[in-house]
Structure formats: structure tokens, C-alpha cells
Design a protein around this ligand. Sequence first.
Ligand SMILES: CCCCCCCCCC/C=C\CC(=O)SCCNC(=O)CCNC(=O)[C@H](O)C(C)(C)COP(=O)(O)OP(=O)(O)OC[C@H]1O[C@@H](n2cnc3c(N)ncnc32)[C@H](O)[C@@H]1OP(=O)(O)O
Length: 392
Amino acid sequence: MAKMLGARWCPSALRSPLQVISFPACQLHVSRRAKNADQKEFENAVTQLKLLKKDPGNEMKLKLYALYKQANEGPCNIPKPGVLNLINKAKWDAWNALGNLPKETARQNYVDLVTSLSSSSASSSQVKPGADKEQQGSENVVVTSEDGITKIMLNRPTKKNAITTQMYQEIILALKAASKDDSTITVLTGNGDYYCSGNDLSNFNTLPGEIEEKVKSGGILLRDFVACFIDFPKPLIAVVNGPAVGISVTILGLFDAVYASDKATFHTPFTHLGQSPEGCSSYTFPKIMGLAKAKEMLIFGKKLTAGEACAQGLVTEVFPDSTFQTEVWTRLKAYSKIPPNAGRISKQIIRNWEKEKLHAVNAEEVRVLQERWQSEEFLNAVMNFFSKRAKL
Ligand SMILES: CCCCCCCCCC/C=C\CC(=O)SCCNC(=O)CCNC(=O)[C@H](O)C(C)(C)COP(=O)(O)OP(=O)(O)OC[C@H]1O[C@@H](n2cnc3c(N)ncnc32)[C@H](O)[C@@H]1OP(=O)(O)O
């Protein structure tokens, strides 16, 4: 659990602009010693910092960040980030506050700070090298085709199948390929105990550029992703093997059948994350389950059991977890024998009545979400998620 922010709170890389919650620019009161740390001591301190068990808190992280930059690059030499860019601005303020502090002094102060932190928090020798290495390529989305069924499986079980930006793109490509292959039906499912924990909350970090660019490219990615589900021309079935969160729930309204294990739950905690509904759920959920139940889910984040989701029409059928895979795949194999063209045409005549409407809903939901992504509510929610999990 500690790996996510731990890996990103790497002073040498400083990959994550969201690793520090917004707080006032720090005033540094760092003790100076006569002796100056050499480069080796400094590098050891960088390593030591990564091994700390206890999170030193964001204010301390900002101080360390500033000292690290000063020690390596000298006085702050980058343009001041815009006011909306809260995190980078806090980091800039901290670095800039060091003024012309000599590199050697910054290096020594950095070493002193880490030493004082280490003595109050025993360092761990149990960090496994490469433990947070991301799977590369298409391993996180596995596509197989057999017996008239194309199966798209989310395969990132250690992260509860949270969807990275790369996975969104891979799913889009997989759906486009499946729409043209010779399968009759297409299935989306998850590997492991979760179906999917929704959008990977570190996506905002990994998208390139400043906040405005992230918002723009995130919006385009989301719109294209949902559009693929709206336009998918064949019967599309969700095999919900475990809990489902966020966007993995909202797009279920665009599927033709949803089969769920009785261990599955359905949760859309958008407002808690400072966000708003997507996946066309602002339109499909009220239509499927009625306004009152849809609002409980989409505004108040009520989590449904599989049985409740079935009673409300979001799920087609629930199976006992012990027999889930056998029963569902037997059913799907039978369904895959329907005449493929009749299957496609029947799906399309149902979908076509509202395709235009769904695309308009998608565009509007993305527009509103893009505003949300620039809100402090959203940034704080993401920070809270990772801070709770981070030891450093
Ligand atoms: C925002 C701009 C990006 C643009 C990209 C494209 C546009 C997409 C827009 C869609 C927008 C939002 C839709 C949503 O999906 S909102 C919902 C997001 N999901 C969540 O809030 C769920 C967060 N996760 C949890 O609450 C819990 O992890 C859990 C799912 C309830 C499971 O709890 P657990 O205790 O059983 O397991 P846990 O130890 O927490 O998790 C195991 C490891 O997996 C990591 N992880 C789980 N879910 C996510 C996630 N959604 N994002 C990132 N990482 C996740 C967790 O951090 C653990 O990792 P580690 O072992 O600590 O390294």
C-alpha cells in the first residue's frame, strides 16, 4: 500500500506534482554546520529518505524538495507556476525561498534533515527492488478470442485493475478490433478479486504537461473511451467478477448484459472525489433505475450490492461466486451461437434511437469534469487517497 506515493515521492526524480498537498510556502530554519556534506553523503541521504517508514508530512517534504533542488541546481531557475497549479506553485515557493543559499550548504542541510528524520523513524531494509515496477505494454489489458467470444480482461490485479491512461487507450484499440473481428459477442471482465477500481487516481500525474494540458488530454481520452462503448456495434457483455468502482460502473449502462458475482459491489464515489458523473451515467442511470436511486448513487455515492444493482436494473443477473465463472461462461458460449448479423443488427436498432443523445451526454459530462479536475476539491481528494497509503 505504501508504494504508490512512496515511489513517486522520490526526491531525485520528483515525478509527481501531486505528491505535496497545498500548504503555505515554507520558511526554512535549517541548522548549519561548519562541515559540508560531500556528494556521497548527500546521495546516501537521498537513499535513506526513500527507506523511511514514517511519512514526514508534506511541509517537511517541501523543505527536502527545495534543498534537493538547491543542492543540485542552485537558486530557483524555473518560471513561477500559475495560480491554478497549486502543487507546483507550493514547490516553487519553497525552492525560491532559499534565495542564494550556496549549493554546499543546501546539501549539508538536506543531509542533516534526513539524519534527524531517520533517527526518529527506523529505516526499513525490507524494500524490494522493483516492487513498484509497472507492467508494460499490453499486459494490463489481455485480449483473447475463442468460440465466437472476444474477451477483454483487465489484468492489473495488484492495483485492483485501476485503469491507467495506457489501459484506456488499449481498451479503445481492443474494442475497435473486436468490432471488426469475426466474434459474435464481446466481453469485458477483470482478473483477480476486483472487477475494476475505476480510474487510476495517479493518471492526472502521468499525463504530460501543465494542468491545462492534462485537463485537455484527459478530457479527449475520456470522451473517446466512452464513445467506443456508445458506438460498439456488437452485443457487449460485462462479467463483473468482483467489486466495481467509478468509471467501470458508469459505463455498465452502455452494455447489453451485465452478469455479476454475488461478491460484486457497485460504487460511484464521484462527489467524494470532487468529481461528477461520466460514462453517460447522468443519462443512463436515471433511465435504468429511476431518478431517486440514480441520485443516491451518483450524488451521494451509495454503494450497491450485486443483488441491489440487479433489483435496480443495472445488473442482468447475479450468480453465486463459487459457480460464477462456470455458469457465466456456459451462458456466454450459448449466446455466442446466435447468428452474428442478427445479433449486431438487433443491438444496433436498440442503440441507434439514442446514439446521438448519448454522444451529446458524453460531451457535456466531459466538459463538466474538465472543470472539476481544476478544482481544489479534486486535487485534495486525490492527495488524500495517496497520502493515506503512503509511508513517505
Ligand atoms: C483525472 C484525469 C485523468 C484523465 C484520465 C482519463 C479520464 C478518466 C476519467 C474518469 C474519472 C473518474 C472516474 C472514476 O473512476 S472515480 C473512481 C476512482 N477510484 C477510486 O476512487 C477507488 C480508489 N481505491 C480504493 O478506494 C481502494 O483501493 C479500493 C478499490 C476500495 C480497494 O481497497 P483495498 O483496501 O482492498 O485495497 P488497496 O490496498 O487500497 O489497493 C491495492 C492497491 O491498488 C491501488 N489502487 C486501488 N485503486 C486504485 C485507483 N483507483 N487508482 C490508483 N491506485 C489504486 C492502491 O493504491 C493499492 O496500491 P499499493 O499496494 O498501495 O501500491
